[in-house]
Design a protein around this ligand. Structure first.
Ligand code: GCO
Ligand code: MG
Length: 402
């Protein structure tokens, strides 16, 4: 089965998405997500100028060999741009293989391990009262697990708090907007949110929180400790993870479960975190970490060390990644949870799909492949719009992690 065409489709139905479509001489095609939020066109160029010319004419059934060709065969390897491009190829090829086998992707991966995939939604508000109300809205929609983020008194804006409650979109400006940050103010406000949430709704729902790379290991340890009474499902990205051994100090001081990894692009970014059991959930996802072929290796490594999966699923991951993830999650033995940030109706119309939300879980579809398609003529109606994620400064003006 020869690859005869590969094209990149850029579209902006509410936000930017990059999609790779691979067509074979047998008429079967597959699609993969290639979206890297705020850096979309770098991946477009990497695919169009460097990978697609080498892909044409290859045998679409040789997924592993093609993966190795683009990873090992590239002298300059790893990094988010390269691994996102490889992921798009990999997912499109798995889609093709599953369609050729006339099977839904999860069957090809090894079959079903569970009936539904528990997902968590995002509740947020400017104040604790507003956030508590929003969490109630998610409980009413049937969610079993909810992430809660709230505004920090004394800071005019912060990560995770949006104008439109149901559709949080951080890439909100054609040049990066600037946020101001204070970890001291933040650390004082978060425990109050979770105390109020537990007082209001009790302990039947899973609650999660994302610190978005803002703490040092010691600050993260303090935060984890202060949240222990509220029994979080996880505390995410408390510490930036370039220094994997930095998690030792954090880990040793708290029993709050630790999640990290949405910005990782390879198994080498989390090898120590996993093998030293410094984390409980690995968040690395299909589109940013080399596709299904590579994420499978990460999941297997994690399984050896009691680490479970909790893949990134924000709106900047297209419905193609969501669809592929639901197949992966339906199969993977050490599944933990899946993030699910709702896409807008415009996005869903461009990417018709057969996964569906039912009573707190995502149900996989039975269509051959990963079950997501792209409506190209509708996609063409939404041209690319430059959009950046914000940047962050401390109150004295110093650049900080966003
Ligand atoms: C999450 C993430 C996102 C990211 C976004 C960046 O946990 O869902 O932290 O909100 O900020 O995906 O592109
Ligand atoms: Mg996050």
């Amino acid at each position: 089965m020869k690859i005869i065409e590969a094209k990149v489709i850029v579209t902006c139905p509410s936000r930017n998405f990059v999609t790779l479509k691979i067509v074979t001489d047998e008429g079967i095609y597959g699609i993969g997500d290639a979206t890297l939020n705020g850096r979309e066109l770098a991946v477009v160029s990497y695919l169009e100028d460097h990978l697609i010319p080498c892909l044409l004419g290859k045998d679409a059934s040789r997924i592993e060999d093609i993966w190795q060709y683009f990873y090992r065969g590239a002298y300059w390897r790893r990094g988010p741009v390269g691994m996102t491009a490889i992921a798009a190829i990999d997912v499109a090829l798995w889609d093709i293989k599953a369609k050729a086998a006339n099977m839904p992707l999860y069957q090809l991966l090894g079959g079903r391990s569970r009936d539904g995939v528990m997902v968590y939604g995002h509740a947020n508000g400017n104040t604790i009262e507003e956030t508590v109300e929003e969490v109630g809205r998610y409980i009413d929609m049937g969610y079993k697990a909810i992430r809660a983020q709230t505004g920090v008194p004394g800071l005019s804006s912060t990560y995770g708090v949006s104008k439109d409650k149901l559709f949080y979109e951080p890439a909100d400006a054609n040049l990066p907007s600037e946020n101001i940050w204070s970890t001291t103010k933040y650390l004082n406000s978060v425990p109050k949110l979770f105390e109020t949430l537990r007082d209001t709704y009790g302990y039947d729902h899973h609650l999660l929180h994302d610190a978005h790379h803002r703490c040092t290991p010691l600050e993260a340890a303090q935060l984890g400790k202060s949240l222990e009474p509220y029994k979080l499902f996880w505390l995410e990205d408390a510490v930036p993870a370039e220094l994997q051994e930095g998690f030792r100090l954090f880990r040793q001081h708290t029993t709050t479960p630790i999640a990290v990894g949405e910005v990782f692009s390879s198994i080498h970014d989390c090898q120590q975190l996993i093998s030293e059991q410094l984390i409980d959930y690995i968040r690395t996802t299909i589109v940013h970490a080399g596709g299904i072929s590579h994420l499978r290796r990460i999941a297997h490594l994690a399984e050896l060390y009691h680490v479970r999966t909790g893949f990134h699923g924000a709106t900047d991951l297209s419905p193609i990644t969501m669809g592929a993830a639901v197949h992966f999650d339906t199969w993977v033995p050490n599944f933990g949870i899946q993030e699910y940030m709702r896409h807008t109706e415009e996005t869903d119309a461009v990417f018709p799909h057969d996964y569906r939300f039912e009573e707190g879980v995502m149900k996989v579809g039975e269509k051959p492949g990963h079950g997501v398609d792209i409506d190209e003529s509708l996609a063409a109606k939404y041209p690319y719009k430059p959009a950046y994620l914000p940047v962050n400064r401390l109150e004295d003006g110093t650049m900080y992690n966003w």
